[in-house]
Design a protein around this ligand. Structure first.
Ligand code: DX5
Ligand code: ZN
Length: 215
C-alpha cells in the first residue's frame, strides 16, 4: 500500500486548517514552495508552513521549487518542515545541500524534473531519505501525468534496492487512481495528489481509495 501526501496547493487557503484536517487519514502533508524563478509561479513561504504545522499532527513534506535553497532551509525547519526536498536542477553543490538539511535534524529529499536523468542523483541515493520524481513540469497543480517518467521510477527503485532499501520514492504531478497504480507498479511508495483529492467532496474517502487501489 502506497503512502499518500495530499498537496495543499489545491486546497482553499481561505480555510486551510479545515482542508488539512480533511485529509487527516493521509501519511504526510505535501507543501509546494515556489519562488517565481525556478518555476513560473509564487506560492508558499515559511509563514504558511508554520500555519500548516499547527493544523495537523502529520509530518510536513516540504517541496522546495526555489533557486539557491540553502538560504531558506533553516527558516523552513523552524516553521515545522519534517522533510525538505530540493531540486537537483537548483543545486550546484547538491551533496552539501543535503548535508545542510540533515544537520538541522530533518529528512532530506532530492527532486528531479521530468526530463532530468536519474543518474543525476545516483551518487547521493545513499545519503537521502527521499527521491521525488516529477511527473509534470513543476509550477502548477492540475496538469496531466507524463507517462515517460514511469521507467525512471523503476530505475530509482533498482538503485534503492541496492543501496538504500528505506528510501521513499515519491511521485508528484497528475496522480489519480489510474496513474497511482502505475507508479506503484514501477516502484513508488509515496504519492502526492493535489487536484485529484481536493476536487472531491469526501477527501478522506479519496485518500482511502488511493491507498486501497495501490495494495
Ligand atoms: C507541482 C507541484 C505538485 C502539485 C501536484 O509543481 O509540485 O505537488 O501540487 O498537483 P496535482 O496532483 O494536481 O498534479
Ligand atoms: Zn510538489
Amino acid at each position: 500500500m502506497a503512502m499518500i501526501a495530499p498537496s495543499i496547493l489545491s486546497a482553499d487557503f481561505k480555510q486551510l486548517g479545515n482542508d488539512i484536517e480533511a485529509v487527516s487519514n493521509a501519511d504526510y502533508i505535501h507543501v509546494d514552495v515556489m519562488d517565481g524563478k525556478f518555476v513560473p509561479n509564487i506560492t508558499i513561504g515559511p509563514l504558511i508552513v508554520d500555519a500548516a504545522k499547527r493544523s495537523t499532527s502529520l509530518p510536513l513534506d516540504v517541496h522546495l521549487m526555489i533557486e539557491d535553497p540553502d538560504r531558506y532551509v533553516g527558516d523552513f525547519v523552524k516553521a515545522g518542515a519534517d522533510i525538505i526536498t530540493v531540486h537537483v536542477e537548483a543545486c550546484t553543490h547538491l551533496h552539501r545541500t543535503i548535508q545542510l538539511i540533515k544537520s538541522h535534524g530533518v529528512k532530506a529529499g532530492v527532486a528531479l524534473n521530468p526530463h532530468t536523468p536519474v543518474a543525476m542523483v545516483q551518487h547521493v541515493i545513499e545519503d537521502v531519505d527521499l527521491v521525488l520524481l516529477m511527473t509534470v513540469n513543476p509550477g502548477f497543480g492540475g496538469q496531466s501525468f507524463i507517462q515517460a517518467v514511469l521507467p525512471k521510477i523503476a530505475e530509482v527503485r533498482k538503485f534503492a534496492n541496492e543501496v538504500n532499501e528505506e528510501l521513499l520514492i515519491e511521485v508528484d504531478g497528475g496522480v489519480n487512481e489510474e496513474t497511482a497504480k502505475q507508479c506503484v507498479e514501477h516502484g513508488a511508495n509515496l504519492l502526492v495528489a493535489g487536484s485529484h483529492i481536493y476536487k472531491q467532496n469526501d477527501r478522506k474517502q479519496a485518500v482511502e481509495r488511493l491507498k486501497s487501489i495501490t495494495e
